[in-house]
Write a protein that binds this ligand. Structure first.
Ligand code: ADP
Ligand code: MG
Length: 398
């Protein structure tokens, strides 16, 4: 992969930098700035080399037109604080404001353009639908640096099409992420994978592939209930992907054939509603009452999962074990995080992937270096491990 070092002298050059600044927000306030922090080192490398850096990114899911609640302005302000340098913010993405902000940049200065998804061309389905926007983006700069690891699995204008239009390279974050994921494709054993979270159908796909590489799969979070159902248990009003039950049953059989251990929770924290104040109790995993939903793995499961992580040489964890945002359902996630920290201390390679998982470990008070790597890209890391070609990486090889 071509890196920034291969781009030569950057003084006087305008660099279009795709970063992933898609942070969780709560009423205009950034609740976890992890992705902004992760974007800083590459920006600093570029400014130190004298480049004029034009950062482009998306925030949330605006519908292809400007929408103030998704403005990147607060994110750009935070970026400026972290850089300790002023950051100019354009009022549009490729319009008059953007052009004027870019043309006023001096060597070593940074600008942020407005949310890429204010423009319908960014997420256009075909290269034709994206072409005009990609032309205008590329027209702002001399070179393109792709550093938004969280979006490299997307064939979008700012990720894919601009790389076809400009000399390009991978940024330091993308290089690091890919190196770490590569280690997971040829892992030191035992290799343990813990999966959870709520995007169940998105994540089931990776399991087929993990069955060929992992030694143990620990299943928690909202995914559990499709597995329990596949084993013939009732799951009350828990999250359930009814149409995936057969697929999951297939995975259980395949795991058995291959000698891969699938570890399911033995107890579940079951609540009467998706709420922190709802009545909740610990029940055996095969006896979830009809009127309750499982919102965390229970304490016995937490110890069981920790014991399955203890001797691991490699651990990949994607997806919280429960609805950790609510204190009564955070214990399972915390226990798994602690087990990863202990494994890291014992010399294992530990990787946390997924936006919410990364936010969870930070929110629960863990430090970045408690783990080998906290990935900024959940979907991207899963697709990489699924063995898929990621368009945003493939285009950098051209
Ligand atoms: P990530 O972003 O780490 O890939 P996901 O987006 O798939 O993870 O899922 C994160 C969400 O999953 C969290 O908001 C959490 O509240 C939710 N979650 C975890 N377990 C459950 C559960 N048992 N029922 C409902 N939601 C759950
Ligand atoms: Mg998520």
């Amino acid at each position: 992969m071509r890196t920034i070092d291969d781009l030569g002298d950057l003084r006087g050059k305008t660099v279009l930098l795709r970063s992933d600044l898609n942070v969780p927000m709560d009423g205009g306030r950034i609740t976890d700035d992890g992705r902004i922090r992760a974007s800083v080192p590459t920006i600093q490398v570029l400014t130190e080399r004298g480049a004029r850096v034009v950062v482009v990114a998306h925030l949330g899911r605006p519908k292809g037109k400007p929408d103030p609640q998704f403005s990147l302005r607060p994110v750009a302000e935070r970026l400026g604080e972290l850089l300790g340098a002023p950051v100019t913010v354009a009022q549009d993405t490729v319009g008059e404001s953007a052009r004027s902000v870019v043309s006023s940049l001096q060597d070593g200065q940074v600008a942020v353009l407005e949310n890429l998804r204010f423009e319908p061309g960014e997420t256009g389905k075909t290269p034709q639908e994206r072409a005009d926007f990609a032309d205008r983006l590329a027209g702002l700069a001399d070179v393109f640096v792709s550093d938004g690891f969280g979006v490299v699995h997307r064939e979008q204008a700012s990720v894919y099409d601009v790389a076809e239009r400009l000399p390009h390279a991978a940024g330091g974050l993308v290089v690091t992420e890919v190196e770490v994921l590569q280690r997971l494709t040829d892992p030191q054993r035992p290799y343990v994978v813990a999966l959870g979270g709520a995007k169940v159908s998105d994540k089931l796909g990776v399991i087929a592939n993990l069955l060929t590489t992992a030694d143990r799969l620990l299943i928690g979070g909202g995914m559990v209930f499709t597995f329990l159902k596949a084993q013939g248990h009732e799951v009350g009003s828990s999250l359930l992907e009814e149409d995936q039950v057969d697929t999951v049953r297939g995975y259980l059989e395949e795991a058995e054939r291959r000698g891969v251990e699938i570890v399911l929770p033995v107890d579940i924290v079951a609540a009467t509603a998706f709420s922190a104040d709802a009545d909740h109790e610990v029940v055996p995993a095969d006896q979830i009452p009809a009127d309750r939903m499982g919102l965390d793995i229970g304490p016995e499961s937490a110890s069981l999962f920790a014991s399955k992580i203890e001797d691991a040489r490699t651990v990949f964890w994607n997806g919280p074990m429960g609805a950790f945002e609510m204190a009564p359902y955070a214990a399972g996630t915390k226990a798994v995080a602690e087990a990863l920290v202990a494994a890291t201390e014992a010399g294992a390679t530990t990787v946390v992937g997924g936006g919410d998982s990364a936010a969870a470990v930070r929110e629960l008070g863990f430090a970045e270096d408690d783990f080998t790597h906290i990935s900024t890209g959940g979907g991207a890391s899963l697709e990489y491990l699924e063995g898929k070609t990621l368009p945003g990486l493939a285009v950098l090889e051209k």
